[in-house]
Structures are given as C-alpha cells and as structure tokens.
Design a protein around this ligand. Structure first.
Ligand code: NAG
Ligand code: NAG
Ligand code: NAG
Ligand code: NAG
Ligand code: NAG
Ligand code: NAG
Ligand code: NAG
Length: 422
C-alpha cells in the first residue's frame, strides 16, 4: 500500500541534485536595524573607548593593560589617549608629553615590575568619557603589559581620574585613588558622571563619578568618587553580581573563546564588572560583568552612602534584570534605554526598564566585539568594534586581529539624545 509518507518520499527522490542544493531555505539575514555609518578607522594602536563631545570632537583610549603593543616604554611614542583628528588619524591628547611618562609606563626597579607611580602622566587608560558639562575625564588603571604580555600591578599615583577642560585642553582636576580603593590588582574600567550638586558631600557640590573595577585577578566592585571632596570608596566587593561567572565561555562568530595567560595553563576568561550606565534620571546604576550574561542595577543612593551600614544596605538593594547576552560597554539615552553590546549575536541591543525586557537594535556581520559606546547631545550612538576576543589572550593564543579597527555610529531611537545630569 502506498501511504502519503511514501508518496512524499518518492516525490523528494525525484529532485535533481541541483534542485536539492539550491532549495530556498530560510536563513539568518545577518543584518537588522538602521544601517551602520563608519566614522573612523584605527590603523595605529588598539583602541577600546570612544567619547564624543557636544561639538563633535572624538577621543579614544588605547590600553597597554590589554595590548602590550600599546605600552609606552619611554621612547616608542605610544599614547594611551588620543583625539581622532581625521578619518584614520589620531593625535595624542591632551599632549604627547602627558602620554609619555619619563622612563616609560613600567617601573622595572621593583620586583616584580610595576606600573610607574606618576600622578601627572597617563600610564594605561581604559576609558575616556565626556561629562554633562562637556568636560573629558580620563580613567587610568595605572597598569600595562610588559613585552612578554604580563600585566603589572599598579603603584600609587597610577590609578586616577583626570578631568580635562575641552576649551583649553588643560587638566583641571586629578583624583588619585588611595590603595584601599584602587588595589594594586584592580582594573578601573569605565566611569559615568552625575554632576547634580545635591548629590555630593558638604565640601563638594560638584557631583559624583561611578566606576567599575573589572580586575581579571578578582578585585571586582563599584567605586564612587566625590568630585568636590576628592574622596572615594568601594561597594559590592563581596557580591557575586560584580564577579565573573565560573567556567564562563563566550562565542564570537561561532568560535568558543578560552583564555590563555603568559606561563599559565589554558583557562576560562574572567572579566568582572565592566560596562556601566546611569538611568536617564540618575537614580539607578546598571552594570554587567563581561564574564556573565546577567544585567544588574542598584539605586545610586545606596552607592553614594558610605556610612557604617551602607555595604549591607547596598548588597540588599541589587536588582537582577535577567540575562541580556554578553556585553562590554553600555550607554543610556533620554528614552531611558540601556544600550549594550550583544556580542554573540554580532549585535547591539537595549534593555527597556519600563517593560523589563531586552530588544534587538542593530545587527551586522562587521560587528564582532562591541567595546565601548558614547551617546551624543545631537542624537547618535557611537561605538567601537575592536576584535578584542581575536587577540593573543584567547585560545589558540595567536593574534588574529586585522587592522583597521572600527568606529561606527547609528541614530538613537525616537531621536533621543544623551541625558545631561547637571
Ligand atoms: C603595534 O602597533 C603598531 C602601531 O602603533 C602597529 O602598526 C602594529 O601593527 C602593531 N603590532 C602588533 C603586533 O599588534
Ligand atoms: C622601546 O620600544 C622601541 C620600539 O619597539 C624600541 O626600539 C626601544 O629600544 C624601546 N626602548 C626601551 C627603553 O625599551
Ligand atoms: C620605582 O620604584 C622605586 C622603588 O619602589 C621607587 O623609589 C620609585 O619612585 C618608582 N618610580 C616610579 C616612577 O614609580
Ligand atoms: C574651561 O576653561 C575656560 C577658560 O578658563 C572657562 O571659561 C570654562 O568655564 C571652562 N569650562 C568648564 C566646562 O569648566
Ligand atoms: C615576563 O616578564 C616579566 C617582567 O620582565 C617577568 O617578571 C616574568 O617572569 C616574565 N614571565 C614569563 C612567563 O616569561
Ligand atoms: C519593550 O519596549 C521596547 C521599546 O518600546 C519595545 O521595542 C519592545 O518591543 C518591548 N518589549 C516587550 C517584550 O514588550
Ligand atoms: C526624528 O527626526 C527626523 C528628522 O528631524 C524626523 O523626520 C523623524 O520623524 C523623527 N523621528 C521620530 C521618531 O521622532
């Protein structure tokens, strides 16, 4: 007896090989959302951050802590902060001199070698951010890699927050973190500003900065700096929400990415609290560990509190918003959307606190590792794509990055802009 199944099978068998191989199957389109606009190509040093001022000036940072080839050795002209002065051109900022510590970024007279302890030079910056008054702030980890790829510990003077006036390009403030706030194996990663005067101490009134410590050695936490008094303190060091998830494995373009370390066996990558974003009203701080798929937030009042019970109250006030993919940098707009890379999807998504869910924003095969974002007062989301996980720190330990690295921009949803908390 001929059943319908047999009939179907015999019909299939009548397809020619050519018909079979060209069958019109649905496939991943690979692209989604508004087209990406290419803004800058990085041929020189390996970048991570991007900051765009209200007049359209653009700045990036190049961390010697992530790429030994970015480490200034006193005579190789490497810079850790630059202004993007042409489509493929970068100029050390605010000067070549500040980017070139005497004798280099490493102090070889200590054992083991350590980051040079200069408060008036940049050592290894992981971030540059424009605040709501259009001033630039450089966040220095004080750490870089040696020529064999070893990340040196920081010395006092290295880890700091440096404010630069963009009218004069002059440094107007330097907050050096004490060794009880930035440990020698901390890695100060990213920073956001709320300049509303009522937020900070009586001697202050200049607002606060919130900073992530993404240390691969495990010194993770959130740091608050009072821009008026210059005081700083830590919260959430003991919370799993700022630490890497154990045995975390990321995929990029389908490849699993294990971690390799100089002189150590193959392991898992372990990056802690890294991406950070303030809600549009400044009341909530969002963060993610890179080595985690969970998005967390906390009321900022709990972080600004540094009284005796404040750590208990802080740990009891964390919100878990569920999994939103793998993310490095994050940003906010006046929609109160929290934009974040979604690396395993070659995408950028946004979390909407109003409906508690994550939404796809843009997707493109040119997207690999979305490192850092910057929203602007004229309605753009800028973001760097820097192939971070194709570098020598991931299995098989060969450098698969190909210049140029890229800076893209895309318009914010609903013509939104950068929120200005001041
Ligand atoms: C090192 O950096 C220079 C630019 O500063 C770049 O041209 C070169 O390709 C880099 N080398 C490696 C191995 O990354
Ligand atoms: C610094 O690096 C440059 C370029 O790699 C090299 O020629 C020079 O010898 C180095 N200088 C020191 C002091 O290590
Ligand atoms: C290098 O380390 C030595 C020994 O601790 C110290 O005396 C010196 O000030 C350090 N130099 C810099 C630039 O950090
Ligand atoms: C930058 O410096 C100029 C000149 O001193 C000053 O007028 C201006 O207010 C400063 N800008 C900010 C945002 O502080
Ligand atoms: C790498 O270089 C550092 C600093 O020169 C040295 O202390 C360390 O032993 C070296 N590590 C390896 C695995 O070669
Ligand atoms: C959440 O809000 C965003 C922005 O309005 C919207 O695009 C998305 O579809 C919403 N998601 C859900 C699951 O309701
Ligand atoms: C955004 O602005 C453009 C140009 O001004 C306008 O055409 C468009 O309708 C606006 N979109 C929204 C969602 O407001």
């Amino acid at each position: 007896m001929i059943t319908p199944t047999l009939l179907a099978l015999s019909a299939l068998a009548l397809l020619t090989a050519a018909e079979l191989s060209s069958a019109p199957l649905i496939k991943d389109p690979g692209v989604y959302g508004p087209p990406l606009e290419l803004v800058h190509l990085y041929y020189d040093e390996f970048p991570t951050g991007i900051a765009v001022s209200s007049t359209g000036r653009k700045f990036s940072n190049y961390p010697g802590g992530l790429d030994k080839n970015d480490t200034n050795n006193g005579s190789n002209g490497k810079y850790t902060i630059a202004e993007l002065t042409g489509d493929d051109r970068e100029t050390p900022f605010p000067s070549a001199e500040i980017n070139s510590p005497p004798g280099g970024a490493i102090n070889y007279t200590t054992y083991p070698p350590s980051g040079a302890g200069y408060a008036n030079y940049f050592i290894g910056s992981q971030s540059i951010v424009i605040d709501p008054l259009d001033r630039a702030w450089v966040l220095d980890t004080g750490r870089v890699q040696t020529p064999n790829g070893t990340l040196v510990p920081a010395s006092y003077g290295g880890p700091k927050l440096v404010g630069i006036n963009l009218t004069t390009n002059a440094i107007f403030q330097t907050i050096v973190f004490p060794t009880t706030v930035a440990y020698s194996d901390s890695y100060l990663n990213d920073v956001r500003f709320d300049l509303r005067p009522h937020l900070s101490g009586i001697a202050g009134g200049k607002g606060v900065a919130y900073i992530t410590d993404s240390s691969s050695e495990g010194r993770n936490g959130l740091i608050v700096a009072d821009l008026g008094t210059g005081e700083s303190w830590r919260h959430l060091d003991g919370s799993p929400t700022v630490h890497p998830v154990q045995q975390w494995l990321a995929y990029n373009w389908g490849m699993p990415l294990y971690g390799t370390n100089v002189g150590r066996p193959l392991s898992y990558l372990a990056f802690g609290s890294d991406g950070i974003a303030l809600s549009a009203d400044g009341a909530t701080l969002y963060w993610k560990a890179v080595s985690s798929r969970y998005l967390y937030s906390i009321p900022t009042a709990r972080l600004r509190d540094n009284t005796p019970n404040s750590e208990l109250l802080a740990q009891g006030s964390i919100n878990n918003h569920g999994q939103t993919g793998i993310t490095d940098g994050m940003e906010t707009d006046t929609n109160d959307f929290i934009y974040h890379g979604n690396l395993e999807q070659n995408a950028i998504s946004f979390f909407n606190p109003a409906n508690g869910s994550d939404t796809l924003f843009v997707r493109d095969p040119r997207i690999n590792w979305v490192d850092t974002m910057s929203t602007t007062t004229n309605g753009w989301l800028y973001f760097t794509v820097n192939q971070l996980l194709f570098g020598p720190a991931t299995f098989p330990g060969t450098d698969r990055r190909q210049r140029p690295f890229a800076l893209f921009r895309v318009p914010l949803i609903n013509n939104a802009t950068k929120p200005l908390l001041c």
